[in-house]
Design a protein. Structure first.
Length: 260
């Protein structure tokens, strides 16, 4: 897998097809999570998310890994141009994540629009490798595509995904042919989803994953308190509503569930 050939055109392709929707999904949670000290970003691309993360958390230390040398060059150039004072806080590594060996542990992991490029076996290996680098209170941000349950929204997403997989298999030589849900692999490694934001007819999702309940992670504690608070607000005259999805919410104990 290598995005070198399309790296110079990636921003144009993304904007033409999705406008600013993918970038909004990438950055949606960065000002709502606990302040991170050290972050690992895998598959950053051209640096748009990286620069926003540096803007919101200027003291953060970041390791940025990408299999595309051209994407790393674009990312480094963007930081130098827009956040020059933060360039010393970022280390860039031209490596395939499957062959990468971690040097640090992290309290923030970021894999935006990356995990959808892999088939299930490689995806499981990647999740396992990244989870091993996570500190006790780590947060994992994942923005990616998803298949909605609603019939028409699912048909819309399925069509777009078929086109995109065909395009990136041809241009970037990705192996994946279909979307694989990483959630079971994340849960196996001790991460649960604490927040979710859906957009673009529910085919885009921005998720926050954190260590399992009881670990002392502020994100999961907030999730538990949020769920308990919502449950207590339910009136006894409407018992069904305590387990049904209300407007803008889900019955799962997330910090938040939003859609647009």
């Amino acid at each position: 897998m290598n995005f070198d050939s399309i790296a110079p055109y990636y921003r144009w392709i993304e904007t033409t097809v999705f406008g600013n929707a993918l970038q909004r999904a990438r950055i949606y949670w960065i000002d709502k999570i606990p302040r991170p000290g050290r972050a690992l970003i895998v598959g950053e691309g051209n640096g748009r998310f990286l620069c926003e993360l540096l803007r919101v958390h200027p003291k953060i230390e970041i390791d940025c890994i990408d299999a595309s040398e051209r994407m790393l060059q674009l990312s480094r150039s963007r930081v130098h141009r827009t956040r020059p004072e933060s360039l010393a806080h970022v280390q860039f590594f031209h490596q395939d994540i499957l062959n990468w060996s971690p040097r640090h542990s992290y309290d923030l992991l970021v894999t935006h629009f990356l995990l959808d490029c892999f088939e299930s076996e490689e995806l499981e290996l990647i999740v396992a490798k990244l989870a091993e680098t996570a500190r006790q209170n780590a947060v994992w941000l994942i923005a990616d595509f998803t298949l909605p349950k609603e019939r028409f929204a699912r048909a819309h997403a399925t069509l777009w995904l078929r086109v995109m997989y065909a395009f990136f298999r041809l241009t970037a030589r990705i192996k994946a042919k279909k979307l694989v849900d990483p959630t079971p692999y994340l849960e196996t490694r001790g991460f649960i989803r604490t927040s979710m934001k859906l957009s673009r007819w529910r085919m885009l999702r921005a998720d926050v994953y954190a260590a399992a309940m009881g670990s002392g992670n502020p994100a999961t504690e907030m999730a538990s308190k949020s769920f308990q608070s919502r449950s207590q607000r339910e009136t006894p005259t409407h018992p069904r509503r305590s387990l049904e999805k209300r407007r803008g919410e889900t019955a799962c104990p997330y910090i938040g569930f939003e859609s647009s």
